[in-house]
Design a protein around this ligand. Structure first.
Ligand code: KMH
Ligand code: ZN
Length: 273
């Protein structure tokens, strides 16, 4: 089995400091959290930027500052969000791709997202995918519902993206696909054979789905974007604490954890500067 890639989704667009006081929000806090997660065993950090008031922003300059601050500390793979918040325009959302990061997320369809709607029309999915391909950015295909896998496969068929694809199954978002074991199996059995995949279980689904991924040969995403708790009713102390649990589970289950350079090989990323 390939080594386990752990992604830390540090901040997200929806969580507040009121809900999780350790939420990293400023570029300095995000870079420090990324470094702690790297030490704990993460090889990718999924980034959402915030403005000075703590609100989600897709501003190019803020992402640039975050990326540079992380790169000063370690060689973890920096994966900006192009999902942003549900109220960001597609043009706003795409800004971090201009930084030519090694990876970025690519949501491949529309779904309910709590009380909101996360809009991703075919036109915009193709626009995002083209821009990533032009800039040598490996997309992580965000899958919130089963049909999004077909939309991603269509991008390859149309020649917009090259395979193998890398999927992230985000399971348990209120309004979208639930996060039960059979939901993950359905997703895993639906992707092309040469694909790689990771799972982000939302809330209480985080650890059970991560454990399944370790056993099945998939990869794992954890972090405050997806889950702010360590245990029922007990807030996690840090993103790194959530990463450490996955590292420990992987060790117990006999799966080695990937370094960032291992992850670059597994995911076929362009050579790292
Ligand atoms: N915040 C969500 C509406 C991504 O990062 O690519 C979208 C999201 C997906 O988080
Ligand atoms: Zn995200």
């Amino acid at each position: 089995m390939k080594k386990l890639i752990i992604t830390a989704a540090l901040t997200g667009a929806e969580v507040t400091k009121d809900q999780q006081p350790a939420l990293p929000v400023s570029p300095e806090e995000i870079a420090e959290a990324a470094y702690e997660c790297y030490i704990a065993g993460a090889s990718i950090v999924h980034i959402h930027a915030r403005d000075n008031d703590g609100n989600p922003t897709q501003d190019y300059d803020v992402y640039k500052e975050i990326k540079e601050k992380i790169e000063e500390k370690c060689n973890i793979i920096v994966q900006p969000s192009t999902g942003g918040a549900t109220w960001h325009s597609p043009e706003e959302r795409l800004q971090p791709v201009d930084l030519k990061p090694e990876m970025a997320t690519l949501s491949c369809g529309t779904c309910n997202f709590g009380a909101d709607v996360f809009m991703n029309s075919e036109e915009y999915i193709e626009m995002f995918a083209r821009k990533m391909a032009e800039n040598g950015v490996k997309p992580e295909i965000e899958v919130f519902e089963r049909g999004m896998i077909e939309n991603a496969k269509k991008l390859v068929k149309k020649g917009i993206l090259d395979g193998p694809l890398h999927f992230d199954f985000v399971l348990g978002v209120p309004g979208a696909c639930p996060g039960n074991p059979e939901d993950l199996m359905y997703m895993v059995n639906s992707i092309p054979d040469d694909s790689t995949w990771t799972v982000a279980g939302i809330g209480r689904h985080e650890t059970p789905l991560a454990t399944m991924a370790i056993i099945l040969g998939g990869h794992v995403r954890v972090g405050f974007e997806d889950n702010v708790y360590y245990d029922k009713g007990v807030l996690a102390e840090s993103n790194a604490q959530l990463v450490k649990r996955i590292t420990r589970l992987a060790r117990e289950l006999g799966r080695d954890v990937a370094t960032p350079d291992d992850a670059r090989v597994i995911l076929g990323l362009r050579p790292h500067a």
